[in-house]
Design a protein around this ligand. Structure first.
Ligand code: ADP
Ligand code: GN1
Ligand code: MG
Length: 379
């Protein structure tokens, strides 16, 4: 989606940003929001901001969403201040509108917000190097740690049942039944793949229901490109894309990171022969994540880390397939079978994880031991 300079200037006139508008350009590769980097000339030089259109088809209640984001970012800022962290670049900060709101709604109903642009950082769309992935693990583990005492019941559920794999499966089956755009016949092997794994979708939901896994404040969208890395130190500096920060399981965050970052192919690689789970990358991320969040994880959480990689990959593939069957109304796509290609990639990864599960578990147990944690033989 492109936006004219006149439209961008008009939206920005509703925010209290010092200086004069200089330029704007689209950035990022997210599947959900529309993100622009905008520059302002000030006497001391150019200052940049993020101007982002919230996807209100996905996030139905922008008031609640922005209340979460405002409260969480304020909390993170205080945390960084109290712990000697980087208060300028360690967290997103919301810039209010001229009338003091957290976002601006246009006459057409579009919702726009402004954040600080975190300078001197880069994002990765794929991992070349284990060390980078370990650092991503540290960043997401630390993010979870920083929010460990955040009052989770004060957070709105911005997307109900976001990682409830049982309800995701039900939505998927409803999409198969409805076959709204007549695509089910073109995806029969993929539909069968999901149906054969229905019982997996109950595992974490049941453990949570039975009080065997703790509910925490989690990010819930721990894709590699939601970490900004520092240009100089190469460390993970700031976690972005906070729309789905909600009560959840640590396993959702861990599993989703592995799904995206430990795949040897891109999320939408058409040649599934290139897809596999890299054990060295799995190991690196687990080391990073456990080094930052491990002390607070329970033995059961640790034991299910490898399974979570499989489950979150299955869930994501199921969501791509559901969207394909419903006519591509959710994820941004660039060609008609994009979501089908994405789901095939996810399912190839699930199949490879199934083959490597015992090796992943052995690695996890060894890493946990190195941090002084024992793991029960439960899965
Ligand atoms: P989406 O929900 O569409 O994934 P994100 O909030 O993740 O949107 O933003 C998309 C991309 O924009 C990120 O992957 C990152 O590259 C870049 N980005 C987002 N926020 C910032 C920021 N505050 N500073 C610098 N880059 C950012
Ligand atoms: C979306 O916004 P982005 O691109 O970081 C999606 C995630 C999926 C991911 C798949 C709010 O993430 O849940 O795992 O695409 N975000 C939302 O690439 O649905
Ligand atoms: Mg993102």
């Amino acid at each position: 989606m492109s936006f004219s300079e006149t439209a961008v200037r008009d939206i920005l006139s509703h925010f209290n940003l010092p200086g004069t508008f200089a330029a704007s350009e689209p950035i990022g590769c997210g599947h959900i929001n529309d993100t622009l980097c905008v520059s302002y000339r000030q006497s001391a030089g150019v200052v940049r901001y993020i101007l982002q259109r919230i996807n209100t088809h996905v996030f139905r209640n922008p008031d609640q969403l922005m209340e979460n984001v405002q409260n969480v970012t304020t909390y993170l800022l205080e945390y960084l201040r109290a712990h000697g962290g980087d208060v300028q670049r360690g967290t997103l900060t919301v810039f209010p509108t001229t009338d003091g709101r957290t976002y601006f709604r246009t006459a057409a109903g579009d919702c726009w917000r402004v954040y600080n642009y975190i300078e001197d950082t880069y994002t990765l769309q794929s991992i070349g190097d284990c060390e980078d992935f370990r650092k991503a693990g540290v960043a997401f583990g630390r993010f979870q740690q920083m929010l460990a005492d955040y009052p989770s019941d004060s957070l709105h559920e911005t997307i109900p049942n976001f990682h409830n794999t049982v309800s995701r499966f039900a939505d998927f089956m409803a999409a198969v039944e409805a076959d709204a755009v007549g695509r089910a016949a073109t995806a029969q092997p993929e539909i069968d793949f999901v149906r054969a794994r229905e019982k997996d979708t109950h595992v974490l939901v049941d453990l949570l229901r039975d009080g065997k896994l703790p509910l925490r404040v989690t990010h819930n969208d721990t894709k590699l490109n939601n970490v900004l890395f520092d240009n100089t130190t190469k460390e993970g500096l700031c976690v972005v894309d906070l729309d789905t920060v909600m009560p959840g399981l640590s396993l959702y965050d861990f599993g989703d990171s592995i799904r995206f970052g430990a795949n040897t192919a891109a999320e939408d690689e058409p040649d599934v022969a290139k897809v596999s789970l890299s054990l060295p990358l799995y190991n690196a991320y687990a080391r990073g994540y456990l080094s930052a969040a491990g002390q607070s994880l329970t033995p059961t959480e640790i034991a299910y880390l490898p399974f979570s990689a499989k489950l979150m990959t299955l869930e994501c593939g199921m969501r791509f397939l559901t969207d394909y069957l419903q006519g591509d109304t959710y994820f941004r796509t660039t060609y008609p079978t994009h979501n089908l290609v994405r789901c095939r990639t996810q399912f190839a990864l699930v199949a490879d994880i199934e083959k490597k599960m015992s090796q992943m578990l052995a690695q996890t147990i060894a890493i946990a031991k190195s941090f002084g944690k024992d793991v029960p033989p439960c899965c």
